[in-house]
Design a protein around this ligand. Structure first.
Ligand code: SAM
Length: 282
């Protein structure tokens, strides 16, 4: 079912989609409701949406939760939104870029309680926006995001596959990712060149409790810095350690001296970090 009113409103107001801002909007209310259902939001939740667009997803989220803070960078959408979200009193649209806001500035607007993120993300900043939340000090409970299908595959990849990446592991440090649905490019207006998928990332609190998370993340970044190089070479460059020290560490952790980072699981990186800390006090 298409939400004709908002689509017609955009046309009537002469709105021109800005490709550079990733403006591919969704008007299909069945799909929008399905995305909200995938997120598991309930009546007491505060939701942060990134990319209000014409407010079609915003309105469906607002119907299911306590309060929505929706961030948008394109002020040309103001006249559209003042009509499409008219009469919905639990939505606050904020014309600011969350990528350029500190955690404190964000809390000053949204409060310091927990919240869930739901977004049909602008593709050109998908990874920075996901990282913005999962690496922050903010109390994010989950992120349910529509992303390019290829990015969804990278987020949910298994070790030793082509899609496995530093992004996969960054998300795994935060929690558990599930691909909840695939979405055809044909449902977007205008239609992009790629298909999409919805991924729900659920925070697992205290997942790496008592572990040195900073060191684990540093090791992951190092391992994927030059994907084609061996882990020993990457550790040598990133930590400035002699090659034989790096190789000894890798062997002691139970891996082959020529192993590449792309085959290691999160548990393997944790194991490596514990050994490294013992040996170097890093
Ligand atoms: N939520 C709407 C929907 O589902 O139809 C719009 C989704 S559209 C893919 C992404 C929206 O994000 C666009 O309206 C774009 O202007 C906005 N946007 C782009 N960069 C942004 C940023 N850094 N912060 C917030 N919004 C952004």
């Amino acid at each position: 079912m298409e939400n004709r009113n908002t689509a017609d409103l955009l046309k009537a107001l002469g709105f021109r989609f800005n490709k550079a801002l990733g403006q591919n909007f969704i008007f299909d209310t069945n799909l929008l409701d399905a995305v909200v259902a995938d997120s598991g939001v309930s009546a007491d939740d505060t939701v942060v949406e990134i990319g209000t667009g014409a407010g079609t997803l915003t309105a469906r989220i607002a119907d299911k939760c306590r309060k929505v803070f929706s961030f948008e960078v394109d002020e040309k959408l103001k006249p559209v939104l003042s009509l499409s979200l008219q009469g919905i009193d639990n939505v606050e649209v904020v014309f600011r870029d969350v990528l350029k806001m500190s955690d404190d500035a964000f809390r000053a607007l949204v409060g310091d309680g927990k919240f869930k993120v739901i977004a049909n993300l602008p593709y050109y900043v998908t990874t920075p926006l996901i990282m913005r939340f999962i690496e922050s000090g903010l109390d994010v409970e989950s992120l349910t995001v529509m992303v390019q299908k290829e990015v969804a595959d990278r987020i949910c990849a298994a070790p030793a596959t082509e899609d496995y990446s530093a992004l996969t592991l960054a998300v795994e440090v935060f929690g558990t990712a599930t691909l909840t649905r695939k979405v055809s490019r044909t449902v977007f207006r205008p239609s992009p060149n790629v298909d999409s998928a919805v991924v729900r990332i659920e925070r697992e609190r205290n997942k790496l409790q008592a572990k040195d998370i900073r060191l684990v993340k540093r090791l992951i970044r190092a391992a994927f810095a030059m994907r084609r190089k061996t882990l020993a070479n990457n550790l040598q460059s990133a930590f400035g350690m002699p090659k034989d020290e790096a190789t000894a560490l890798i062997c002691e952790a139970g891996f082959a001296p020529t192993v590449r980072g792309e085959v290691l699981s999160l548990d393997d990186f944790v194991k490596l970090s514990v050994l490294m800390k013992q040996k170097r006090g890093d």
